[in-house]
Design a protein around this ligand. Structure first.
Ligand code: PEP
Ligand code: MG
Length: 292
């Protein structure tokens, strides 16, 4: 069984039309990129950068972040690396970043909302990402986007950082892809509009399912409602993919559902371009994709 899967290490999955379906890995720490390669991943589909900020007394400096992103980009060489900007709040907190007490933290001050409010923190990360971009094939995505205004605001902060770097004579790549997570139902519904402005989407099903079905992803009591194959969830995923393809943009999925054996054939049929999951699920996902 294991030996059979190993044969798929260097196999490229293609769909019926001959399109390459990318099978990528999710990482939380730079070193995790090694496992993605060892398991035959086509790239990194999600780097959850909040892990760089956790278990410490202060936020990582621009230099520390630059080194982390550079390591992943150099490790993956010409393979694509999708790095998500800070997604803190909700269930994840930092000792040095006080958050307001909220009744519903998952509906509150988190992710891009916090970054657009505290642009000082955001800019440190964006500068590090821009500087690292010359070392590989970088795509950057923003979490918890509900509408185009947030994407435009985030891009405006990126432009500020670029101007600063220009003045300082520091290089960055002009080929970075800029995308958004689709994890709020409003964004999925408006996908065909949003697709005009972004380079790609990545569907975050962990949050998309909880928001669509109003079932807390952490609550065991309502876990029976948390169903990836619920027709409402499937319809939103389909709309997202079709909306993107209408404008020639690619769509990945980096929530748990992307590695879910029961869901993979449906996602393939919908035309999903990239599946991203924990490194240890990559070979099995390739097997399922090849058999459909
Ligand atoms: C998601 O919501 O599906 C996702 C990938 O992001 P996270 O699990 O980090 O919230
Ligand atoms: Mg999420």
């Amino acid at each position: 069984e294991k030996e059979e899967l190993k044969k798929l290490l260097n196999v490229k999955v293609v769909d019926k039309s001959g399109k390459h379906i990318e099978v990528c890995g999710n990482i939380g720490k730079p070193k995790d990129a090694d496992q993605v390669l060892e398991n035959g991943g086509d790239g990194v589909g999600l780097f959850r950068t909040e892990f760089l900020y956790m278990d410490r007394d202060a936020a990582p400096t621009e230099e520390e972040q630059f080194e982390a992103y550079k390591y992943v980009l150099e490790t993956m060489k010409d393979k694509k690396v999708v790095i998500r900007t800070l997604d803190i709040g909700g269930d994840k907190t930092l000792p040095y970043l006080p958050l307001p007490e909220e009744m519903n933290p998952f509906l509150g001050y988190r992710a891009i909302r916090l970054c657009l409010d505290q642009t000082g923190i955001f800019k440190v990360q964006l500068r590090a990402l821009l500087r690292a971009s010359v070392y590989g094939k970088l795509a950057v995505m923003f979490p918890m986007i509900s509408g185009i205004e947030e994407f435009e605001q985030a891009k405006a902060v990126v432009d500020e950082c670029k101007k600063e770097l220009d003045t300082e004579g520091i290089a960055y790549s002009n080929e970075i892809e800029w995308g958004i997570m689709i994890e709020i139902p409003a964004a999925a519904v408006m996908a065909d509009e949003l697709a005009k402005y972004v380079d790609f989407f990545s569907i975050g099903t962990n949050d998309l399912i909880q928001y669509t079905l109003a079932a807390d992803r952490m609550s065991e009591k309502v876990s029976y409602l948390y169903n990836p194959m619920h027709p409402a969830v499937l319809r939103l995923i389909k709309m997202t993919i079709e909306g993107a393809h209408k404008h020639g943009k690619w769509v990945g999925m980096c929530g748990e559902m992307a590695g879910d054996e029961a869901a993979i054939p449906t996602l393939l049929e919908y035309g999903l371009d990239e599946f991203s999951m924990s490194a240890t699920s990559i070979l099995n996902a390739k097997k399922i994709l090849m058999n459909h």
